[in-house]
Design a protein around this ligand. Structure first.
Ligand code: GDP
Length: 431
């Protein structure tokens, strides 16, 4: 298959970093198509740890083209800082290996300020749990047609006009929240200062990718967050500000949907969620604590402790459908080692009725209680397993039951953070 989309199939933190890195070795181009620098990917290569937020995972592999698509919102100061950090780790980054779509909207300091002020002002229960990095407000400005976009940095008159348009909207909002007015000159000076650094990477990404596609190059589309945080299909309003599901890969870079050959969902062997919002299979007992500790479930960006629960097959079946997954990468199976009994949420009970999907209405979501199926656990370690023969029979049964319940086959199975500790069933790039 020429082009593969990778999408998180839960609430993010499924271990996309490792799988994207694994796949990026087989790809010619790696493209980000949504989100901002709230995504925290951790890559471990030869024992060296790379933490990426805005940069596509391909940058740490030589000889690949990494692309930031127009579906992303870009904080240019953060990006340039991240480039410096990664360079300091010995990775070469130049316009030959990194391209930014000219029509990418920028995240400005005013977006982060607005994001944080709103979260502070929100009362308990209405906080979204954002990372405070301005991503939501930047997407609002994109839809409101008042973004400063990458291409605008090239022309002083356009840049000033775009900034003025944004300020017209933001100043009254800031007054209402008690934030001081924006210093226009300071903002413009900051933008002028980063313009050459960013413009060096600017390109008509849609054109480049269509040419690559015609030339038979393999494109890997790297999703961020997870499908349950999708602005349309997630647990609204506790969601991210962009579409996360696979369809976004096409609009987020400018290729046709028919150019996507394979969609790979990344699925963790249990469930986690950061911040507020419904989570029917959440565990607030010792088992939840144990999953969090064994899985090191703390946010890479925020350091926040993640909420943990058993595997929720209802949710993953749903995200496999909305993204049209062809297969999944099942990760962190090793975290389940040593549990005597495992539970899988197979349906919900809503007011005495069995429901096979998550209802949309918030009050119904809140009333859904999980219906569990129990399976025997295993005492042997699966950590580092590289073939089915290395797995205990109970672990294989667990994986097979998950495939059945979510109606999607396992293409890859991950058993440790190391990229070699992966069992390959189907190579998404294979013809
Ligand atoms: P992302 O947000 O989906 O990209 O998730 P990350 O890449 O941040 O992954 C979360 C963490 O899980 C990282 O520390 C990974 O190294 C780790 N990880 C990934 N796959 C596995 C696995 O199969 N087993 C274990 N134990 N850890 C894993």
């Amino acid at each position: 298959m020429a082009n593969v989309v990778v999408v998180g199939a839960q609430w993010g933190d499924e271990g996309k970093g490792k799988i994207v890195d694994w796949l990026s070795e087989r790809a010619d181009v790696i493209a980000r198509f949504q989100g901002g620098h709230n995504a925290g990917h951790t890559l471990v290569i030869d024992g060296k740890v790379y933490k990426l937020n805005a940069l596509p995972s391909g940058v740490v592999r030589g000889g690949k083209l990494s692309v930031i698509g127009n579906g992303v919102v870009l904080d240019p100061w953060h990006l340039l800082g991240e480039i410096e950090t990664i360079r300091a780790q010995g990775v070469e980054i130049s316009p030959d290996v990194l391209m930014i779509a000219e029509n990418t909207p920028l995240i400005l300091p005013i977006h982060g300020e607005l994001d944080r002020a709103r979260e502070e002002a929100a009362s308990k229960g209405t906080k979204i749990g954002t990372t405070g990095r301005g991503i939501g407000p930047a997407y609002e400005d994109k839809v409101g047609r008042r973004s400063v976009r990458v291409a605008d940095l090239a022309d002083e008159a356009t840049l000033e006009a775009r900034v003025d348009r944004a300020l017209q909207h933001h100043d009254p909002l800031r007054r209402g929240l008690g934030i001081e007015p924006i210093d226009r000159d300071e903002l413009l000076a900051k933008l002028r200062a980063i313009a050459p650094g960013i413009l060096a990477y600017a390109a008509p990404v849609w054109k480049v990718l269509n040419e690559k596609r015609k030339a038979g190059k393999r494109i890997l589309f790297e999703g961020a967050q997870g499908a349950l945080l999708d602005i349309d299909f997630g647990t609204y309003p506790f969601v991210t500000s962009s579409n996360v599901i696979a369809g976004q890969a096409a609009t987020g870079v400018g290729i046709g949907p028919g150019s996507i050959d394979y969609v790979l969902g990344i699925v963790k062997a249990y469930t986690t969620r950061v911040g507020e919002g419904p989570f029917p299979a959440e565990l607030e007992d010792e088992d939840g604590q144990r999953l969090g500790e064994r899985g090191h479930e703390f946010g890479t960006v925020t350091g926040r402790k993640r909420r943990c629960g058993w595997f929720d097959a209802v949710l993953v079946r749903q995200t496999c459908a909305t993204s049209g997954m062809n297969g999944i990468a099942f990760t962190k199976l090793d975290v389940l080692d040593g549990f005597e009994t495992l539970k899988i949420c197979v349906a919900y009970d809503l007011d005495g009725e069995r429901l096979e999907y998550l209802p949309t209405a918030a009050d119904s979501q809140a009333r859904c209680t999980p219906i569990y199926e129990e399976m025997p656990g295993w005492s042997q370690s699966t950590e580092g397993a590289r073939s089915w023969a290395d797995l205990p029979a109970e672990a294989i049964k667990y994986v097979r039951r998950v495939e059945e319940l979510i109606d999607c086959p396992v293409a890859l199975l991950s058993t440790s953070p190391e990229r070699e500790d992966t069992i390959l069933v189907t190579d998404p790039f294979a013809d």
